[in-house]
Design a protein around this ligand. Sequence first.
Ligand SMILES: [Zn+2]
Length: 262
Amino acid sequence: MSFSLTVIGCGSATPVGHRLSSAFVLRRNRQFFLIDCGEGAQMYLKDNHIHMQRIQQVLISHLHGDHYFGLVGLISSMHLFGRTYPLTVYAPPELDHIVRHQLEVGRTELSYPLRFVPLEGEGCFRIFEDKSLEVFAFPLQHGLPAFGFLFREKGRVGGGTPPKSFAYCSDTAYTESILPYIQGVDLLYHESTFLESERKLAEERLHTTARQAAMLACKAEAGRLLLGHYSARYADIQAFEAEAGELFPEVELAREGLQLTI
Ligand SMILES: [Zn+2]
């Protein structure tokens, strides 16, 4: 079984032009995980031919608006279209209250069970498990609680193809503390808000440069690196690929609508 990753949005703090706030869909067989849910994500799911009602789990990395402002809209539309089966949201604990308050003041009683699972734990902790897949959360460095996610297939005894893995790291300053969690991952998505020429700014704002992301991919011995979360200041993102490629050739740029098989 392989994963399929669709980039819904890979911009940073503000949506500019065709570059949208963070949202990714990871599909594995009939399981659809939405990772981050920036503003307007529900509309762009449609553009990518992903039916919102197929999403069973939402993972929110941290509570900067560009990673969750689309969530209450999505939850509300799922209700308006008559969803009955549960939705589980893994997120920093405050999000439960934020969303429920928004629903309450609008006197919306959802047609389906909405379950929040708070991201709380030390180091790398498991948040989801079924018979063939595990999902873990681990801390990033971003000035507020922020989490990376690791999706890892379980190996089967005597099973044919090797188990696949995908790690998602957005947003974070450069930190080697994540290396034990992302070691050997098949695909690493790592934010690269800035280029190395803005390294000082990246450090001040607790973000990463393309070169730093490539360095982490090297040290983690990742199979491939996917860059994203580009600052709005860069109209052309080709320079990100060139900069990271000098250190780590297996690099790809996230763009809205890009689909990768892992
Ligand atoms: Zn952030």
